[in-house]
Design a protein around this ligand. Sequence first.
Ligand code: FMN
Length: 188
Amino acid sequence: METPKRRSVAPVYSMCVQPAFIIGTRNEDGTANFAPITWVSVTHEKGDGYLLVISMAGTKRTKQNVLRTGIFSANLVSTDMLPLMDYFGSRHAENGRKDEMEYSVSRGAVLDVPVLDQSRWVYECEVSRTVETGDSATFFCAIRNIQMDERLHCRDTFDVDLTVLDPVIYSGKYHSLGKLLGEIGDFL
Ligand SMILES: Cc1cc2nc3c(=O)[nH]c(=O)nc-3n(C[C@H](O)[C@H](O)[C@H](O)COP(=O)(O)O)c2cc1C
C-alpha cells in the first residue's frame, strides 16, 4: 500500500464526497419547484427511524418552501438526470417557473410533495428539527416514505446496490460511481 505525501493548505475547502439530490417542494400557490441540494446526510433517531439531514443556505425558494410547509421530496439524481440537475440549479424560482425543460412530476405516495418520475430513489420527508447556523438552515427530517426502483431487491438496509441507482456524486464537479467492491467484512 502506498503512503500518500500530503501538504497543508488553508481551511477554505468544504470537500465532502456528496450525494446529489433534487429537492421537490410546493410554492405558496401549490405549484412544484425543484432545486439540487447536495449537503445531504443521514443520522439515527430512535427505534428503526432514520433522519435525513439536509442543509440549505441563503433565501432560496426551496428553503422558504421547506420552512413554510415542513415537507419535501428528495429525489436521488442518476447520471441520466444531469441535464435536469444543472437546469434546476442554474435557475431561481423567484425568476419564474422552471418549465423550459421537459420532466414529469407525481404527487408523493404518502406526503403531498412533488416527486420527479425519473428518479430511482425518492425520500418523502417531514422536518422534525431545524438548526440555524448563520444564513444556513439544517433540517433533521423524518423519512415518511421511500420509493425505490423496482429493479432493486434489498435483503436489508445494508443491501443497496448503488450501481442500479447510478448516482451522481458531487464535490464541486460531477462524478459517477465506480464498481461494487464488496460488503462489510469482505476485507477483514
Ligand atoms: C450541484 C449543485 C449543488 C447544490 N447544492 C446546494 C446545497 O447543498 N445547499 C444549498 O443551499 N444550495 C445548493 N445549490 C444551489 C441551489 O440549487 C440553487 O441556488 C437553486 O437555484 C435554488 O433554486 P430555488 O431558488 O428555486 O430554490 C446547489 C446547486 C448545484 C448546481
